[in-house]
Design a protein around this ligand. Structure first.
Ligand SMILES: [Fe+2]
Length: 236
C-alpha cells in the first residue's frame, strides 16, 4: 500500500468530526451523537486532580530512571504552555509517554519485535513554571508498526497529556519531529485536517536549547483553548 485513504468516510455525519476513515479504530470509538456541552461551573477544577501531588524531582528526566544510561539519541524537549491570549499557564501538569529508541513501548500488548531497553521506561512528568515553561530530558523515540493498514508505521512521536486550570484545558495530543518521511502516510497525523493545525504538532530543532556534547534540543509550545492557534487534540 503506497497511500492511505484521506477522504472522510461518508458513513459519518457532519457532526462526527472525530471520526477519520483512514484511522481504523476511530470507526468504533468516535461518538455517533452530537456532543453535550457541560454547564460552566463544571469546567472548573476546584480540588486536587489525579497526579498533581506526586511529581517528584527527576520525573522530568526519562534517561536517568534506572541504574544505567538509556540507549538512543538523547534529546531535550522543552516549550511553553500558553492560553489562547498568549499568557503562560503556571502549574500545569505535563505528562509524557513514548516508545524507546527502537520503537518499542514497555507495555504488555506491544509485540513489535524490537528490543526493550532495561534503562528506559518511557514515561515522565513535570509542572510548568511561572512562565509556563516545561522541560524533559529523554531519548528520541523510534518509528513503530501499528497494524492499522498494510505496512503502517507511526512517525516518531511523544504522547503528551496536560491538565491546565480547568477541564476545558485538559489536552491529550502527540508531538512529532521535523522532516519525518512518514507524515504523508500516517492517518493519525492526517486526521487533523487543517494543514496549519497539523504544523502545530511538529516540534522544531533548536540550537539554543541543544546542550554541547550532550543532547539535541527540540522546542514545542502548547496552546490550551479553542482558538486557531490551539494545539490539536486527539479528538479533533
Ligand atoms: Fe505512540
Amino acid at each position: 500500500m503506497s497511500d492511505i485513504v484521506l477522504p472522510d468516510d461518508p458513513n459519518f455525519g457532519p457532526e462526527v468530526q472525530v471520526a477519520y476513515a483512514g484511522y481504523r479504530s476511530t470507526r468504533l470509538r468516535a461518538p455517533e451523537r452530537p456532543l453535550v456541552t457541560l454547564a460552566e461551573e463544571l469546567h472548573r477544577i476546584d480540588g486536587p486532580v489525579f497526579g498533581w501531588d506526586a511529581v517528584e524531582p527527576g520525573d522530568d528526566d526519562l534517561t536517568s530512571q534506572h541504574k544505567g544510561e538509556a540507549l538512543g539519541e538523547r534529546i531535550v524537549v522543552s516549550g511553553r504552555v500558553l492560553d489562547e491570549t498568549g499568557d503562560p499557564i503556571r502549574g500545569a501538569l505535563v505528562e509524557v509517554w513514548q516508545a524507546n529508541a527502537a520503537g518499542r513501548y514497555r507495555h504488555e500488548v506491544d509485540n513489535h519485535p524490537a528490543p526493550l531497553d532495561p534503562n528506559f521506561s518511557g514515561a515522565g512528568r513535570c509542572l510548568t513554571d511561572d512562565e509556563g515553561n516545561y522541560r524533559f530530558v529523554t531519548i528520541k523515540p523510534g518509528a513503530y508498526p501499528w497494524g492499522n493498514h498494510e505496512n503502517a508505521w507511526r512517525p516518531a512521536h511523544i504522547h503528551f497529556s496536560l491538565f491546565g486550570r480547568a477541564f476545558t484545558e485538559r489536552l491529550v495530543t502527540q508531538m512529532y519531529f521535523p522532516g519525518d518521511p512518514l507524515f504523508a502516510y500516517d492517518p493519525i497525523f492526517n486526521a487533523v485536517r487543517d494543514p496549519n493545525a497539523r504544523a502545530l504538532l511538529i516540534s522544531r530543532f533548536d540550537l539554543s536549547t541543544t546542550e554541547p556534547d550532550w543532547a539535541l534540543g527540540y522546542r514545542w509550545d502548547i496552546v490550551l483553548g479553542r482558538g486557531g492557534s490551539s494545539t490539536p487534540t486527539e479528538t479533533e
